[in-house]
Design a protein around this ligand. Structure first.
Ligand code: GTP
Ligand code: MG
Length: 168
């Protein structure tokens, strides 16, 4: 069976675990429980094929950032998450992106930038158009908005990542 190794990165509290749990288990937890490191195996169908998706849900907390090298080594694709109600979390994306491209020694890798918590439109701090332009035109990676809470674009986002691995 085909296996895909996906790593979810981004600053603390942006919804990395919520996106992963929504995708793998179809549930949403309101309570915030910071992650140290969680690993999931998810069986699904992708384009008429049974596949296994391994997801590494990482810690956003700064004190664990020394682990990034190991995660980046491991990953075949990266989901870089920010929250639309947290400007700093968007600023935190670029160094992660650069770290991945440096380690993989390429300018192009299966990476997607995810603006999560799209349900919190009233609290938005990251302009959608500007975020899209920055990621697509400047960083040359796709951008998608999601809501783990409302189950908006979550499966679509992960499927897109798997297809990016296939076509890389
Ligand atoms: P760390 O593990 O500390 O890095 O955080 P994380 O990125 O895994 O964030 P987590 O998934 O734990 O979510 C943090 C908080 O945001 C929790 O209280 C979640 O319920 C909430 N949250 C996550 N996704 C969404 C979303 O799409 N919408 C809203 N409104 N809240 C969300
Ligand atoms: Mg987490």
């Amino acid at each position: 069976m085909k296996e895909y190794k996906v790593v979810v990165l981004g600053s603390g509290g942006v919804g990395k675990s919520a996106l992963t749990l929504r995708y793998v288990q179809g549930l949403f937890l309101t309570r915030y429980n910071p992650t140290v490191e969680d690993f999931y195996r998810h069986h699904t169908r992708l384009d008429e094929e049974e596949v296994t998706v391994e997801i590494l849900d990482t810690a956003g907390t700064e004190q664990y950032s020394s682990m990034h090298q190991l995660y980046i080594d491991h990953g075949q694709a990266f989901v870089l998450v920010y929250a639309i109600d947290n400007k700093q979390s968007f600023r935190d994306v670029e160094p992660l992106l650069n770290q991945i491209l440096d380690m993989k020694k390429t300018r192009n890798y299966p990476i997607i930038v995810v603006g999560n918590k799209s349900d919190l439109e009233d609290l938005r701090e990251v302009d959608r158009e500007q975020a899209e332009r920055t990621t697509k035109d400047l960083w040359l990676v796709p951008h998608i908005q999601t809501s783990a809470k409302e189950d908006y674009n979550v499966t679509e986002m992960f499927r897109r990542v798997l297809r990016m691995i296939n076509s890389y």
